[in-house]
Design a protein around this ligand. Structure first.
Ligand code: COA
Length: 578
């Protein structure tokens, strides 16, 4: 029988919850298992509730799952916050003894394993910080987690802290395991999947995948201002491109960051910036310059809960309107949204290619949960990556160079400073075909129409949607971003139960792939659009372009956490004809 096990660790920020989850994840991935993680922590550096969850299986998995089978509670808060999910059949390993701040009540059907993790760490090992490893040692003993791979990932992470720290953590692992052997009796049958032959996979985090995608696409310049949860994109990218002639620049704010990006792209480089909603707000004026001057640029928005400083470390899909419409004037853009870590990588490459081809800023909408999610993905094959380059005039120096020539496709030849005969003004002012500033009505019409014409056929040129399920279905689900991977699991569960359900997974949200969405809406009786925002922003955008009113059902969460598949599954069952 397939193994599908979810283990959640909860505790206080600063107690090593995140590290413990990362070690488990790496151990499972190194042992060839399928893994999806979910992490959530407070905006404070220390204190507050931190959660790290690992879903592990011997089958392919799509999302973080519905809840957990096993809870490791480091403190009373973790117990209180997860108590309602401790249903019969679940297991809790919890801190007890002199260092514990709580004593759980008995819950019928819930198996409890008390482990004095804090006490062992403090008194026996003289290092309270190793409490997380005592807990992992106990879990490893109980659930057959491969200790060798656990030790290997501990060694990899803590080597920089010195061999003493590595050895101390090994001792903590063993102390936790020993406590279980001497004091507890296994009362359930949860087991990690057996280690399998190692696959050639990359264990990679969401933001890391964006950085890798950018490097693979040929990104040579990154200009940004640090902001949670986007900062690590730049950290990872620096490791990849600094040694390859690339530049990474931390500017004094987001406005300046984007200014440097536009300059670098104008000079011919492939360019990335990463920020979050508040950073996009500051960049908005210069994004308009990028559109007007037709400068290729990729902007990764790692969305978080807004408005204002909002909930900096929490999941949200509330920046879609901002991405599509957040610039003054008639401002065409491209907005892409990846559904999982692997898509973070490949859609980033697509974003660079689209930016080059259409000479425009391209948004990549990720989010705080996807930023931290870890997946083991198939190792990418660099030789299969296509590189698009902006169209230049290619040498015919005797022809008149018109930077903003009104071509049939709307895409005009550009030049790189220093190319003979390619001088032009990259201006925020409206301009004529030769780039000189002009405001007469004919020029304004010609250039506005040219800028929009570029995207007339983008849906056919770049197939931006996937579809699954029955050709004619009772319920069709349209979703975007991380919600897509969760909706996919819900849809597949219901199809396995025999329900006529279909799903559309747009990867490009703007320009809206109207043809594909209209065809999908026509093929189903009701359309459910789940989104992690209050307004149902994508649903409203679709409503403006596709006749969907009498079929549309919205489902929205805005609590700072992603959907779980069961919520979408239950909503589909609720609206499904009885
Ligand atoms: N032995 C030695 N060191 C250990 C250890 C062990 N057994 N377990 C954990 N640690 C170290 C970790 O290595 C880490 O130190 P490092 O940063 O030098 O690597 C530290 O203890 C914290 O542990 P970690 O597991 O990474 O995190 P945590 O679960 O304790 O939670 C966070 C801390 C992540 C919540 C918090 O630090 C944080 O970053 N909050 C978000 C801040 C933010 O972005 N705010 C928004 C501003 S707008």
């Amino acid at each position: 029988m397939a193994i599908d096990l979810t283990l959640r660790i909860g505790g206080e920020g600063g107690e090593g919850v995140i590290s413990a989850g990362d070690f488990l994840m790496q151990a499972a991935s190194l042992a060839g298992m399928e893994v999806v993680t979910f992490k959530s922590f407070p905006a404070e550096i220390k204190g507050g509730y931190a959660l790290s969850q690992l879903r592990v299986s011997d089958q392919h998995i799509l999302s973080q799952g519905d809840g957990f089978n096993i809870l490791i509670a480091f403190n009373g808060e973790a117990y209180e916050l997860n108590k309602s999910l401790l249903t019969p059949g679940t297991v809790m390993i919890y801190d007890t003894g002199s260092e514990a701040d709580f004593e759980p009540e008995e819950i019928p059907g819930v198996i409890m394993y008390p482990v004095p993790m804090g006490e062992i760490a403090k008194r026996q090992l003289k290092a309270y910080i190793t409490k997380n490893m005592v807990a992992l040692g106990a879990a490893a003993e109980l659930f057959n987690i491969p200790v060798d791979t656990l030790k290997e990932s501990i060694r990899q992470k803590f080597t920089r802290k010195g061999d003493k720290v590595v050895q101390l953590n090994y001792q903590a692992l063993e102390a936790g395991a020993e406590h279980v052997r001497n004091n507890l009796k296994k009362q359930e049958s949860f087991e990690f999947p057996k280690p399998r032959e190692k696959k050639d996979v990359l264990i990679i985090e969401g933001n890391q995948a964006i950085a890798l995608g950018a490097a693979m696409a040929g990104c040579k310049y990154y200009g940004a201002y640090p902001i949670t949860p986007a900062t690590t994109v730049g950290n990872y990218l620096a490791e990849l491109i600094l040694g390859l002639g690339g530049f990474v620049y931390q500017a004094e704010d987001e406005i300046s960051a984007l200014g440097t990006c536009l300059g670098a792209s104008f000079a011919g480089a492939k360019v990335l910036t990463a920020t979050s909603g508040p950073g996009i707000s500051l960049m908005t004026e210069l994004i308009g310059l990028g559109i007007m001057a037709e400068i290729p640029l990729v902007i990764a928005n790692i969305q978080r809960g807004g408005p204002s400083t909002g909930m900096p470390t929490k999941h949200d899909q509330g920046d879609l309107y901002q991405a599509c419409f957040g610039t003054h004037g008639d401002a065409p853009k491209i907005v892409l949204a990846p559904a999982n870590v692997e898509e973070n990588l490949y859609l980033t490459i697509d974003a660079f290619n689209l930016a080059e081809k259409y000479q425009t800023p391209v948004f990549l909408l990720s989010d705080a949960s996807l930023a931290l999610r870890v997946e083991a993905i198939k190792r990418p094959d660099m030789s299969k990556v296509k590189h698009e380059h902006r169209m230049t005039r290619n040498g015919k120096a005797d022809e008149k160079f018109l930077r903003y020539m009104s071509t049939e496709s709307g895409i005009s030849p550009t030049g790189i400073p220093g190319m003979p005969g390619h001088a032009y003004a990259a201006t925020g002012l409206e301009h004529a075909e030769n780039s000189g500033p002009r405001t007469n009505p004919d020029t304004r019409n010609l250039m506005t129409e040219k800028r929009w014409r570029k995207f007339d056929n983008i849906e056919d040129e770049w197939k931006p949607v996937e579809r699954e399920g029955d050709e004619q279905a009772e319920v069709g689900v349209i979703s975007w971003g991380l919600t897509q991977s969760i909706a996919k699991e819900a849809v597949q569960r219901l199809r396995a139960k025999g329900l006529k359900v279909a799903a559309l997974y747009p990867k490009m949200l703007w320009p809206l792939p109207v043809k594909a969405i209209k065809a999908f809406v026509d093929s189903v009786n009701q359309v459910l659009i789940p989104e992690a925002n209050f307004q149902g922003q994508f649903a409203e955008i679709i409503k403006a372009e596709v006749p969907i009113h009498d079929k549309l059902v919205k489902l929205n969460v805005y609590r700072g956490e992603p959907f779980i598949p069961r919520e979408i599954e239950e909503k589909i069952e609720e609206i499904y004809p009885k």
